[in-house]
Design a protein around this ligand. Structure first.
Ligand code: FMN
Length: 186
């Protein structure tokens, strides 16, 4: 997908506003990987910050700790199978989730991990704090850059007129989609 930088990076957190499931990309010079994350949230507008919760036993986890970086890619419903797949199969046994789930690497600007070309939006993030929660950690990160398919995101908000269907995880193999905006008030 042809994504363009947002007009204002301060609007990047709004890519996450509907609380959609994301595909997190990690990697170094030798290896990359993808895993699915439901537990993510925007934290601050300027500078833009996000948080995500990651299990420490995930193959991806040490890559995030070592590089201090990750990519955060926002899928739409057209790649729902890949979203489930990247969250069901580990990089410990699958050397290339991109190939396995039909995803394409897109060159990042600021980080080593590739982004996902099929995602409707992508954020490049640098970790600034890791909060140890036992079996998992909360990773707090600054948004370094963000790109989005411009027909789907204008004036700092998602636009659903062109068939966008954002994906939300309900649990297990169940998802729901958001496909229209509701403007309340006059
Ligand atoms: C829909 C979905 C949502 C998920 N959300 C999270 C999450 O928020 N945090 C997390 O640590 N794991 C989450 N997982 C589990 C990981 O994505 C999964 O364990 C993955 O296989 C880890 O990949 P890795 O071992 O290659 O790093 C989710 C899985 C699915 C299918």
């Amino acid at each position: 997908m042809n994504k363009k930088p947002l007009e204002k990076l301060s609007a990047a957190y709004r890519l996450l506003n509907p609380g959609c499931v994301v595909l997190v990309t990690v990697g170094d010079e030798n290896r990359d990987n993808i895993f699915t994350v439901t537990w993510n949230m925007p934290l601050r507008r300027e500078p833009g910050m996000v948080a995500l919760l990651s299990g420490k036993r995930h193959f991806s986890y040490p890559y995030m700790v070592k590089t201090g970086e990750f990519g955060l890619n926002i899928p739409d419903a057209s790649i729902a199978e890949a979203v489930l797949g990247c969250g069901s199969v580990s990089g410990k046994t699958e050397p290339d989730k991109f190939a396995r789930f039909g995803l394409t690497r897109q060159l990042p600007v600021h980080i080593k991990a590739p982004l996902i070309a099929e995602a409707v939006g992508s954020l490049e993030c640098r970790i600034c704090q890791i909060v140890d929660l036992g079996a998992s950690s909360l990773l707090i990160a600054q948004i370094l850059s963000a790109t989005v398919v411009s027909e789907h995101f204008q004036a700092g908000t998602w636009i659903f007129d062109n068939g966008l269907r954002l994906l939300h995880h309900l649990g297990g193999k169940s998802f729901c989609v958001s496909d229209q905006a509701l403007v309340v008030g006059s």
